[in-house]
Design a protein around this ligand. Structure first.
Ligand code: BGC
Length: 484
């Protein structure tokens, strides 16, 4: 057995990262249009004004996709292109562009997967408070409804929001992404909650317009893995992975799957007293949680890397005894480690070895996470999944023979897809895989310095050059993974 015949092989992109046409045909400004123009915010001042110019060159991109046999395209819509101020009049020219894009996909036998929000909030909504303002959730639901009604006959697959973890963590905590604010714990939770509310309201709106729609969202975060598949206690690994993910995210306590997927899929926020979000999460009304947990059809997982774990050495108990004795003597005494204070974990993170493999962006290469990630998420939430993003940045360049050779990316994909295949063969319901990204593009604050694409973009003339990895991926898709 291998990948089922129905497996959706695809590639992904996002509006602000590829479109350009930032000020054309009545499009409103998004927070990224203004953020990228603020001095010092992006690498060398790069911005998405022109980017890959997909706004004018999407036909060329779709032709390449068709030639490679990529049959699923995940792209996001620019909310401000469709509704320039986010909540008012619809811009017909914006819809016309996405009509051409969707029709272009369908004509080429490519299934469109629409993401409604990949971080480019209309600036007008930001000026009214952005995600801190509950009205933004309702504006998002209206936008979702307009889009769903418009495409009801042509599009079946939707993702509401891409990586709320990054919207909040990078945009409102670390302040390295638009809008670049740093909020206090309470406001941060409020913004988080409004994003999730927006998701739930949008699910309802899409479902009302397209009862047979397949709806999900894209989640990201730290995930633990171990090198052995047949471990004695997968539940323990799961508990340790979900628990440790918070610590591994070094300070970004939203960068894990459970703070998003527990409310969305289980209808409650995690009972996690150590998290700074917990005091506010406890006060959320049941009605909001009902909205947030509107049933979805699949979980989109953006998985790039994970952290290795190994079975913990048995606790000799001495430390605990010491702690207990001291606690009796002085009630204020804190146990030596936070973990001991809460619960003993059967798995603990392994230190990375010197010279461990890394991508050009210095992200660790950890293929096993594409087996363990879906497995752990499935054990916790029991829903079908698609890998909505996976890939690596390389220092790609045009070689003397005028081709772009990227053996690192091929090796990365080969290793990761072998792990995914193992998960699918074990019956873990992953129904699709989207390579990030189809073309090189604007890597947010890193500008055009990082290249994730299967297609190289020469930014001097916007020429597209399929990399070796594009041909390799094409072969894998045509054989439905049998060549792995
Ligand atoms: C985002 C993409 C981004 C990619 C690589 C994901 O978190 O969804 O927009 O380009 O990671 O950083």
């Amino acid at each position: 057995m291998s990948f089922p015949k129905t497996f959706s092989w695809g590639a992904a992109s996002a509006s602000y990262q590829i479109e350009g046409g930032a000020f054309e045909d009545g499009k409103g400004l998004s927070i990224w249009d203004s953020y990228s123009h603020r001095p010092g915010k992006t690498f060398n001042g790069h911005n998405g004004d022109i980017s890959c110019d997909a706004y004018h060159r999407f036909e060329e991109d779709l032709d390449l996709m068709q030639e490679l046999g990529i049959r699923n395209y995940r792209f996001s819509l620019s909310w401000a292109r469709i509704i320039p101020d986010g909540s008012g009049q619809v811009n017909q020219a914006g819809l016309d562009y996405y009509d051409k894009l969707v029709n272009g996909c369908l004509m080429r036998n490519i299934t469109p997967w629409i993401t409604l929000y990949h971080w480019d909030l209309p600036r007008a909504l930001y000026l009214k408070g952005g995600w801190l303002n509950r009205d933004t959730s309702h504006a998002f639901a209206r936008y979702a409804s307009i889009v769903a009604k418009h495409f009801s006959v042509r599009v079946k697959h939707f993702m509401t929001i891409n990586e709320p973890q990054c919207v909040i963590g990078l945009g409102h905590l670390d302040a390295v992404h638009a809008p670049g604010t740093r909020l206090g714990d309470e406001d941060m939770f409020l913004s988080w909650h409004h994003l999730l509310l927006a998701h739930g309201l949008a699910v309802k709106a899409i479902r009302a317009a397209i009862p047979k729609a397949s709806i999900g969202l894209a989640s990201t975060g730290k995930l633990g893995y171990t090198s052995r598949k047949d471990i004695p206690s997968p539940e323990d690994l799961s508990r340790a992975s979900f628990y440790t993910s918070r610590e591994e995210a070094s300070g970004n306590y939203y960068f894990n799957h459970q703070w998003l997927l527990d409310p969305v899929c289980l209808g409650h926020y995690p009972k996690d007293p150590v998290s700074p979000c917990y005091p506010y999460a406890r006060k959320v009304k049941a009605e909001d949680l009902r909205t947030i947990s509107a049933p979805i059809d699949f979980i989109g997982l953006n998985i790039y890397n994970g952290f290795e774990m190994e079975a913990a050495a048995p606790d000799p108990g001495t430390d605990d005894r010491e702690d207990r004795k001291q606690a009796e003597a002085e009630p204020e005494h804190q146990p030596k480690t936070k973990r001991k204070q809460e619960e003993a974990l059967a798995y603990v993170p392994v230190d990375k070895y010197p010279g461990y493999p890394r991508t050009a962006l210095k992200w660790p290469v950890t293929p096993e996470v594409l087996y363990w990630g879906p497995r752990l998420i499935y054990e916790r939430y029991g829903l079908p999944m698609v890998i909505a993003e996976n890939g690596q940045s390389c220092n790609d360049r045009i070689f003397l023979d005028e081709e772009v050779h990227d053996p690192d990316r091929i090796d990365f994909l080969h290793r990761y897809l072998l792990e995914l295949k193992a998960a699918v063969e074990e019956g873990i319901p992953v129904t699709g895989y989207f390579h990030w990204s189809f073309t090189d593009n604007l890597e947010w604050h890193s500008g055009y310095d990082d290249r994730f694409g299967l297609i190289y973009i020469d930014y001097r003339n916007l020429q597209r050059i399929p990399k070796d990895s594009a041909q390799w991926y094409s072969r894998i898709i045509r054989g439905n993974g049998s060549d792995l």
